[in-house]
Structures are given as structure tokens and as C-alpha cells.
Design a protein around this ligand. Structure first.
Ligand code: GLU
Ligand code: MG
Length: 448
């Protein structure tokens, strides 16, 4: 693979390090999101920023297959020998307060070349493929999370009101601190609201290029966690923090423009879709069963993906349909970002770089092969005149489908596809003896 190119010159790096230092940064941490969706990384004193960017910090390639229980999912190619570099993208560094700055890393080999293990480089390559085909992608995400005391139980002192004012007033110090801290970290959330589920909140991030979107979702999660800790709260980013309660989604939005024209909103097809727009939807839907393990592959993800939970459990699309895997959003006055597709099945246990690469890659697949989308489903798919198929909620089968998918190997590369399957299989087996209630409890803070 080619040498990784990152934009900053040595002079810029030294200037950045001294500016950060003057503003109080002492340590910079670079994070890698592993295949199980957990952020890991290394921190260095700020004086070492240039080395972190240009040379990188060493780690075992196994870091990508550390599992939620910190055991390691070895594969045929990932073993105890070898070394890779965690190289921080210094152009993305943000101050996260109290003397610490953060940036995302790319994984390179010791010579500085991209590796086929790195989720962030993979996403950048899929974006480059899209741009080369004349299609400019933009993505956005919504982060749902549940506040809990570390010991479990609930945090609201009064019964929860979905999207309620009471939750916001009761937790206003947290909400206001969160808005300030996200802004201080350079993020511009579009909404911060109390969600449907008990003790559940949501931060939605604005559309951006896909790598920025994934970086910002990592950063936002860090900020949400540190702000919560200041208020003696713990954040669960589990797809199912309490069995039987509301699940947390990490919905992904995608729009694509060709020569400045949005392919989901400037055509003669349904709701303004162009032929390419319809094919993009068809591509995402056609590959959904085999890529579900990328979008929602954790041991608890299936417990969230149930009909009736607005998590997109039905493999269909529909205009503003909150039960469909793809909620289509038309470009209206109330939607100034323009027409886009929302993939609702994605949950916060996913590695967002991989989920974004899978969504964009399958949209491109649909376009390249001129796939035709099935008719939209209006209304609840559960009672639809044409019988609809819910997605498989058996996580073992979901991961088996991923393991058998030639398309996943082509899209993600065999290293990532094999490592992801190994990490998720480990997770499913490690917790197999637990009841759904115990499983939710065991993994409640796994992605926090
Ligand atoms: N919490 C739901 C999920 O698991 C989503 C609710 C909503 O539509 O925002 O995806
Ligand atoms: Mg929501």
C-alpha cells in the first residue's frame, strides 16, 4: 500500500505543538477504534507531537482485535509478532480540556505505509473511490446514549417523559456543560435532546465528509463521557443498556452529489431520487443482511433491532419511515441539508469508520451495478399489505453471514473482515451463558 500522506509540514507541527502548549495542553492522546468499536490509543507529552504524527507510536497489530472483555481475537495473520505505528492526524487535534488534547490515528507499518488493518484509512480509500467516480459523499451521525450511575439503576428522580422537558431541566447542568464542552472541542452539535428511553439522551452531529464524521463521533463520545463524569454520571453507549428498555442507535446519514446535484433529490424518481439515488438505496439494502455484522454486530445488538423500536429492524426503505432500515429524507424547507438516506440499524457498538465505509461502499456497489430498489414501504412494515422481512436478530447468524460474504471481503479487505468476524465471534461466545438481562448488564459500559 502507498505511503500515508497527512497534510501538515514539520514547521506547522512545531507551531501547533507550541500553540497547544501555551494554551495549557500537556498531553496528546491519539485514538484507534478497534473492530469491536472500543476506542483505544496512546498518549504522549505534547513535546512529542511531531514524532506522534511523523513517526508514530508502536503497538502490536493485535490492537485492532482486542475484544470488549480485553481478551484478544487472534486470527491466522494476527499473532504475537509484528509491530505497527499509531500515527496521529495532527490536523484533526482538538483540545479536550484539563491539559489534554485528542486526535485520531491512522495505523501504518514501520515504513509509514498504510496498512490494510486500519479502519480510518479504509474509509478514506472508499471516499476517494467515490470521489473518483464523480460522487461527493457527505455523512452525519446521531449519538444516542443512556446516563446511568456506575452501579446501575436509573438517574432520573421522577418518572421519565419521552423527549420531556422535565429531563432537560433536571439535568440542565449536564446538558449546558455538554453544549459548552462540545463547542470547546470544536464540535457543532445540531441537537442535544432527551430521547424516548428512560435516562436516554442524544447528540446529533452535522453532516461532514465521512472521515470527519467518524472522527467527530469518536471525539463527541469522549466529551460526553468526560462531561458526564463531572456530574457523577456514567454514559452507556451500549445498543441495549438495560434489557427490555430502549436501545441506543448511532444512525448514519448519507448524501451524494454528482456535479453539485444531490442524487437523492434532483431526479424524476420517488421523492426526487435520480436513477443513481435509487440504485444507491438498492445497494445498501441488498447488502444489509451480510453487512449487518458491521453495523450492529455486538452480542447485544440483536436485542435492540426489534420491530417497534424505531431501530430500523425491517429490511426496506420508506419516506420518513422510522421502522424501515433506511429512512428516506426528502430535501424540504425543513431539511436544509438536502435529501439523504438514514441507515437506522447502525448502533454505537460499531466501529464508525467501518460502518461508514460499508454504507458508502454498498451505495457505490448499487450505483456501479445499476441495482433497482424495491418499492418503498409506507407505514409500519409490520402490518404492510406486502409481507415484509425483519432482519435476523440472531447475532451468531448475523456474524456467520458476514463471514460468508465475498462482498464484505472485497469492501473491507480480508484482514479487516476476518478480524472483525473473529472479534465478534469471541464476544458472542464469551457471553453465551448469560441471560439477556445479565448480558445487557455485562456490556453496559463496554463502549463507554
Ligand atoms: N433509539 C432508537 C434506536 O435504537 C431510535 C429512536 C429514534 O428514532 O431516534 O435506534
Ligand atoms: Mg434518536
Amino acid at each position: 500500500m502507498s505511503e500515508l500522506s497527512m497534510s501538515l509540514e514539520p514547521g506547522d507541527l512545531d507551531r501547533l505543538a507550541s500553540e497547544l502548549s501555551e494554551r495549557g495542553t500537556r498531553v496528546v492522546v491519539g485514538t484507534l477504534v478497534d473492530y469491536s468499536g472500543v476506542s483505544r490509543g496512546k498518549s504522549v507529552p505534547i513535546a512529542r507531537l511531531r514524532a506522534f504524527h511523523e513517526v508514530g507510536m508502536g503497538t502490536s497489530p493485535l490492537m485492532v482485535v482486542y475484544c470488549v472483555d480485553n481478551l484478544i481475537a487472534f486470527t491466522e495473520t494476527l499473532g504475537v509478532t509484528g509491530d505497527v505505528r499509531l500515527r496521529i492526524d495532527a490536523a484533526r487535534i482538538r483540545d479536550i480540556g484539563e491539559g489534554m488534547a485528542w486526535g485520531p490515528v491512522n495505523l501504518t507499518d514501520q515504513e509509514g505505509n498504510q496498512t490494510d488493518l486500519c479502519p480510518r484509512s479504509l474509509l478514506a480509500r472508499v471516499v476517494a473511490r467515490s470521489v473518483a467516480a464523480g460522487l461527493l459523499p457527505t455523512m452525519g451521525t446521531e449519538l444516542e446514549f443512556t446516563l446511568t450511575p456506575a452501579t446501575g439503576g436509573g438517574v432520573a428522580s421522577m418518572p421519565w417523559a419521552a423527549y420531556g422537558m422535565r429531563a432537560l431541566t433536571e439535568k440542565r447542568r449536564f446538558v449546558v456543560d455538554l453544549a459548552e464542552s462540545l463547542a470547546a472541542a470544536g464540535l457543532a452539535p445540531e441537537q442535544i435532546h432527551a430521547e424516548f428511553g428512560e435516562d436516554q439522551f442524544e447528540v446529533s452531529l452535522p453532516p461532514a465528509d465521512p472521515v470527519t464524521m467518524a472522527d467527530e463521533s469518536v471525539l463527541a463520545r469522549i466529551v460526553i463521557g468526560t462531561v458526564a463524569a463531572r456530574h457523577n454520571l456514567t454514559v452507556s453507549l451500549s445498543p441495549m443498556p438495560r434489557f427490555g428498555g430502549s436501545g441506543n442507535g448511532a444512525h448514519l446519514h448519507l448524501s451524494l452529489t454528482r456535479a453539485g446535484r444531490n442524487i437523492f433529490g434532483t431526479g424524476d424518481g420517488p421523492h426526487g431520487q435520480t436513477a443513481e439515488g435509487s440504485s444507491a438505496i438498492a445497494g445498501i439494502l441488498a447488502t444489509l443482511p451480510e453487512l449487518l455484522g458491521v453495523y450492529a454486530g455486538s452480542a447485544v445488538s440483536g436485542n435492540r433491532l426489534q420491530p417497534g423500536a424505531w431501530s430500523g429492524a425491517w429490511a426496506c426503505w420508506g419516506l420518513e419511515n422510522r421502522e424501515a432500515a433506511i429512512r428516506f429524507m426528502a430535501g424540504t424547507r425543513g431539511n436544509p441539508h438536502g435529501a439523504n438516506v438514514e441507515l437506522k440499524v447502525v448502533d454505537p457498538s460499531a466501529n464508525m469508520y467501518l460502518a461508514a465505509a460499508a454504507m458508502l461502499g454498498s451505495a457505490l456497489h448499487g450505483i456501479e451495478n445499476s441495482l433497482s430498489a424495491r418499492d418503498e414501504v409506507a407505514g409500519d412494515p409490520a402490518g404492510h399489505a406486502v409481507p415484509q422481512k425483519p432482519l435476523d436478530f440472531d447475532q451468531k447468524k448475523v456474524i456467520d453471514a458476514l463471514a460468508e460474504s465475498a462482498f464484505a471481503v472485497e469492501l473491507l479487505g480480508s484482514q479487516i473482515a476476518t478480524g472483525l468476524v473473529a472479534a465478534r465471534r469471541h464476544e458472542i461466545e464469551a457471553f453465551a451463558s448469560l441471560s439477556p438481562v445479565e448480558l445487557a448488564e455485562a456490556l453496559r459500559l463496554a463502549w463507554s
